[in-house]
Design a protein around this ligand. Sequence first.
Ligand code: THU
Length: 160
Amino acid sequence: MKKLELHTTLEVYDNLAETPEPVQELMSKAVTARHNAYAPYSKFTVGCAILLDNGEVVTGNNQENAAYPSGLCAERVAIFAAGAAYPGIAIKMMALTASPVDDSLTIPVPPCGACRQSIAEYENNQDHDIQIYFMGASGKVVKSDSLKDLLPLIFDQSYL
Ligand code: THU
């Protein structure tokens, strides 16, 4: 028996102002998207902004449904919208912000497992990794250099 060790290194910024200017710009679009979330059931709002290699920004927010599982997370709303509007254009960076509507959450919120799997599909199909920044409503911001750092042992098309 051998041991398989998995290592992840993430960067942690004390606050948004510490991050590079393009990140602040993208995160401000994620914040606006979060404020437009449709989350009447959980009252937990999530915003996502995606910067593409062609300079376009696509945003999304969580869209809930009275039939709960029929809703969708912000990250997938945004990444599917990007794939639909700009097929084949690579994703440079994603900014995520999540909190109850009262802006009370000050700890960074990573994307859920299902969203990580969806993001993986796009990262695998392009020639560079996706930088992912995530935060609560405020406070620390975490940066992952690649989706692979958030989802080790990814299931992808190579297994099919
Ligand atoms: N949610 C997201 O939009 N993204 C995530 O990564 C985690 C959860 C949404 C789904 C639901 O509308 C609410 O947050 C509470 O789970």
